[in-house]
Design a binder for this molecule. Sequence first.
Ligand code: BGC
Length: 770
Amino acid sequence: MKIFFTKRRVNYLTTAALLVLPLSNALGQKASTDAKMNIFVSGLMKKMTVDEKIGQLNLITSGMAITGAVTNNGVEANLKKGAIGGIFGLYGTANVKSAQDVAVKNSRLHIPLIFGLDVIHGHRTIFPIPLGMSTTWDMGIIEQSAHIAAKEATAEGLNWVFSPMVDIARDARWGRISEGSGEDPWYGGQVAAAMVKGYQGSSLTNADAVMACVKHFALYGGAEAGREYNTVDMSRIRMYQDYMPPYKAAVDAGAGSFMSSFNVVDGVPATVNKWLLTDLLRKQWGFDGFVVSDYTALNEVTNHGLGDLQTVSALALKAGLDMDMVGEGFLSTLKTSLKQGKVTIAEIDLACRRVLEAKYKLGLFANPYKSIDATREANEVLTPEHRKAARIAAEHSFVLLKNDNQILPLKKSGSRIAVVGPLADNKRDMLGTWVIAGEWQKSISVLEGIKNVAGNSGLITYAKGANITEDTAFMSRLNFFGQQMVSIDKRPANELLEEAVDNAKRSDVIVAVVGESQSMSGESSSRADISIPESQQNMLKALAKLGKPLVIVLFNGRPLTLTWENENAAAILDVWAPGTEAGNAVAEVLFGNYIPSGKLTTTFPRSVGQIPIYYNHLNTGRPYSGGPAKFKSNYLDISNDPLYPFGYGLSYTKFNYGDIKLSKTNLKGNEALTATVAVTNAGKYAGEEVVQLYISDPVASVSRAVKELKGFQKINLQVGETKNVTFNITPEQLKFYNSQLKYDWEPGEFIVQIGTNSADVKAAKVQWVK
Ligand code: BGC
């Protein structure tokens, strides 16, 4: 199980080492590839008409998911005219080939299409939702998941994925918090880079590499009130410090494309925001790929109030948008704008060049059929190896939120287990949001997984106990794309409940599999109440009254409010939406074949009223430090503290931390500091721990976050084993954006903190002068 990833890590290290040695060679090679690309693209563009150039800026959707009709008349005619640059939503080698054939064989200049898809957490083999992937704190696993997704996507003819989504989110009401890596900018950057590397591999020309599309640029996760597509408004310093780092990290990792977001940035919609798409992204960060709009985001700029479609299309082109997704604003207006002098041919050329360059980098001019290979399609998707990788990723993503009296792990035999809840005997909801090509029928339910791992000993009973929800209005929204999304047991609620209670009475332990179903998070799935739906809570309350140990296996695409559950359940294992191998992974962890090691990347509030809540907040002038207080920054009716802090997650074993040992306490300039703690496994199981490094900067020219994550190490400890964990700290980790947006560090005192989560750390101070 382990060897798979260990092996990959070694491979990557070896590749990295090889890349370092001939660096000057590599740079030389890049320059010559760029020169060749320039000659090729310039030559091609000389032959192109204005219409053909504008055609390259047009991205259409196939509608395949609904009709399968890609080569319908309109599309086919446009393909022949060279009026389409790419298609998304179309996959499968036969489908992709039929479209590519038209572009390559029947259009005047034979320019190949680029084929994109929302491959978000796996293509056919579905990995945990991105929020779950982030709680692994394992960049090897994350990179590997993206690599497997790329392998499967290319095996079905794709060469471009709309991922990673790197939007920082501090508001659990926002349904798309499930698609990102949580609230920390530095950690988000680590994940962004790992994903880009996993997708793009060592070269985009590889048969199993796809071009990444980083989204949603920018600040999409800052939507007011957590309401989807809502206004975002924040200071530049907050943007730079807290929201921009993951996008920048993706640029540094070599991401080939970016997607503009739906929201406004500093009052100007991202899709037409020149400061964002050109000054920041290209000039400051050096991005040299292309930018595509989000789905009809260009047309929606008219709703934002910036003018009609022709006006906003011209604005977008001038701002640095290169490709228009679905809305055909570019296609229908740019030629007129050119004639009227509202855009220049140089601006059209620049966008066209960037799209053609992407195709060149992908090797599509050399071979338009590069990833159209029916043998790979038959052999390289949903393989046992991929499923195993998905299971391992899922096991590592689970976060143990509570475990009283070591109720977990469960005994495999001799104990009567009542499995209850609407998510227990359920395949569809295992996959989570955004699974276009994922087949839920092939996923493993929790009940199946438990039987697979514990054996069908007859000691396991099952009852549904409750429907996902009994709220019909809510249910019809969840079933927007068809009544099948939430399957309902028509029996009266009390009958369902009685069956579960009867089973539970005859058991030694209750495993309640509850929480959010697939359509409760993701795009357009904001919730104002982020608790477990009432029907399921009623079931949990009835079960808790039995006085038997109650283990909650929690499915969720966001942090939920769980105060009752935290008080009344014996154990809570947060499994997010674990993907194709869900049930097997859950069972492996419940029975202790894998000891949970996941740590939260989002703060869990006690109440919606605390939102936005995040660990790296600024201090106030009147900080609250507990107890009764007036005129302090606190609530009358609730604590300031979260239910579970950032970085939190228990294990079946116990880790003890020693005090921090610093190499020095007074430092100057670029000297390096080492901070070491001894971590001991004082429990009964070998296990993994994510040791986290935070730094505080108590005095600076601007108000600074109370603490910021600056590093982590995931270590494995045998029972009784102690390891010294050392972090190297340099002034680079002390840098921040000042009020002139200059990124630098300021001398003074710093508090180094190391611990098991953001709220439970050892601390030591240093003085660091310039
Ligand atoms: C989403 C994007 C997605 C695009 C294409 C949009 O609605 O915001 O994340 O990539 O659709 O499906």
